[in-house]
Design a protein around this ligand. Structure first.
Ligand code: BG6
Length: 481
């Protein structure tokens, strides 16, 4: 049975030719192809569109094989199953063309064919789902072949591997695309419950007044993952957890959590406020960082047996501005950990005078927390202390929870990539990162990249190296049940 969930009331983007670079890669298979099909089923793709998968010759396949590949990907990872007339119609729009760095003849011909089939002058959306090292050459090739005309380009993270490479990459892109055409994607910014942090903060008189150093004693942004590198050694070895997750997703989240109220949710004011947070961040002190490597990582296929790449990182970051001075932001992420979670915890200060007779432990560790669980579908919990029924004045922890699943029908939600691809087709950059912000984050990261502490081993299924507890003391790493 086909599940077609049209989302009414939204304008469909202009007609498009979408080119998926890295079409046979991991990201296209897990997210992009299933996401495009979901957008199609939700009637959020343009009225007329074509999707061209592209890869270098070494990974080339023909149109039919690409359609089969897409069908497998949607079957395995999609929410909408590829069946019946609906799938046939979508599959009709798929084709494949080779593009090598420096040679896009085949792709240009395929795009021209797609233009003709659609009619008029459809926009082009190039999604560069390719390894970071392949970016510059692909951008140059798009420019040289004229495929940058009437086009927008989505660039995957990490954007560069340090400040100089990010600057060089920004300079190359700027030669061939205007800033308004460039969409540097960080899919965490497209997550429904990450966007909801903006609503929570800026639509509610209950929360905004306490969102500062007078009331918040620490912030934790915690994204442990139970998965390993899952065969991605070629990507992961030169990258590591800090570049893969922290300088990208976790810092962007910090921007959302720490930003001042923007004058509106439009692209410029929203991104200005994010960048101001990054400008206020203190450079990362390598002494406030723990790098870890899971047991057995060096034996993974494609990994150097002496690898110093970290698969885990925990650190303290600081935002030196009027709102946050002195409030530590603790960030943690890693592979092969006990659980996969995505949680922001806002730890609130204890009231000035302790008048209740209760154990110090309860006071120090329970209640007084706002916990934002942004793993799909997402929930927000306020944890506080309440009087336990009985003759004595004893306090115990209590909670109030908002859960997306229980509160709303989530049939109309979009997965992060779906949301962001749709925004890119509409030309809205609000949820995409900006060159000045990215360069600033590499500046903040520089002391750590220059003097990384040695990697400490940790067991698979643990919470990382022991030393992470010293990093947050007297607080502790907190994850809700
Ligand atoms: C990607 C990283 O950007 O994000 C992966 O490269 C990580 O290593 C993934 O597993 C996590 O994303 P999600 O969608 O599971 O929240």
């Amino acid at each position: 049975m086909n599940v077609r969930v049209p989302i009414h009331g939204l304008t469909r983007p202009d007609d498009h030719v979408i080119v998926l670079f890295g079409a046979t890669g991991d990201l296209a298979r897990r997210k992009l192809l299933p996401g495009l099909y979901h957008l199609f089923c939700a009637e959020l793709l343009p009225e007329r569109f074509r999707i061209i998968g592209s890869s270098p010759k070494a990974f080339a396949i023909d149109d039919e094989a690409f359609r089969d590949h897409a069908k497998d990907a949607v079957t395995q990872f999609g929410r909408t199953k590829p069946e019946g007339a609906q799938w046939d119609e979508f599959a009709q729009s798929l084709s494949f063309a080779i593009a090598e760095p420096g040679d896009a003849k085949g792709l240009v011909a395929a795009v021209e064919l797609a233009d003709e089939a659609i009619g008029g002058s459809p926009r082009r959306l190039h999604h560069l789902a390719v390894p970071p090292g392949a970016f510059p050459a692909m951008i140059e090739t798009l420019g040289a072949s004229g495929l940058n005309e009437n086009a927008r380009v989505i660039c995957e993270k990490p954007f560069g591997h340090d400040l100089n490479s990010a600057k060089a990459l920004n300079a190359i892109i700027a030669q061939h695309f205007e800033e308004a055409q460039i969409f540097r994607i960080d899919h965490f910014l497209g997550k429904e419950s990450v966007d909801n942090i903006l609503a929570l903060r800026f639509a509610n008189g209950l929360f905004e007044p306490i969102w500062n150093r007078d009331h918040v004693s620490y912030v934790q942004i915690d994204v442990p993952e139970s998965i390993s590198i899952e065969g991605r050694a070629a990507f992961y070895e030169p990258c590591g957890a800090f570049r893969d997750m922290v300088v990208t997703h976790l810092f962007q989240l910090m921007g959302i959590v720490a930003m001042e109220p923007p004058t509106s949710l439009n692209s410029r004011p929203l991104r200005d406020e994010m960048v101001k947070v990054f400008e206020s961040m203190a450079p990362i002190d390598p002494e406030a960082v723990v790098r870890g490597q899971y047991d057995g990582y060096r034996a993974e296929q494609g990994v150097d047996p002496h690898s110093g790449t970290e698969t885990f990182v925990a650190l303290r970051a600081e935002v030196d501005n009027w709102r946050w001075k002195g409030v530590p932001f603790f960030l943690r992420t890693g592979k092969c950990l006990e659980q996969s979670r995505q949680v922001v915890t806002i730890g609130l200060c204890e009231p000035t005078l302790r008048i209740f007779p209760l154990e110090a432990e309860v006071h120090a560790q329970q209640g007084n927390r706002l916990v934002i669980d942004f793993a799909d579908p997402g929930m927000i919990t306020t944890e506080f202390l309440a009087k336990q029924p009985g003759p004595q004045m004893r306090l115990r922890d209590a909670e109030m929870t908002f859960s997306y699943d229980d509160s709303y029908s989530t049939g109309h939600d979009l997965e992060a990539y779906e949301h962001l691809i749709l925004e890119a087709m509409h030309g809205n950059q609000a949820l995409f990162t900006r060159s000045d912000g990215i360069e600033r984050l590499w500046e903040v990261a520089a002391p750590l990249l220059e003097q990384p502490p040695p990697v400490e081993p940790y067991w698979r299924g643990s919470w990382g190296p022991e030393s992470i507890n010293r990093l947050v003391a007297p607080s502790r790493w907190y994850l809700p049940r």
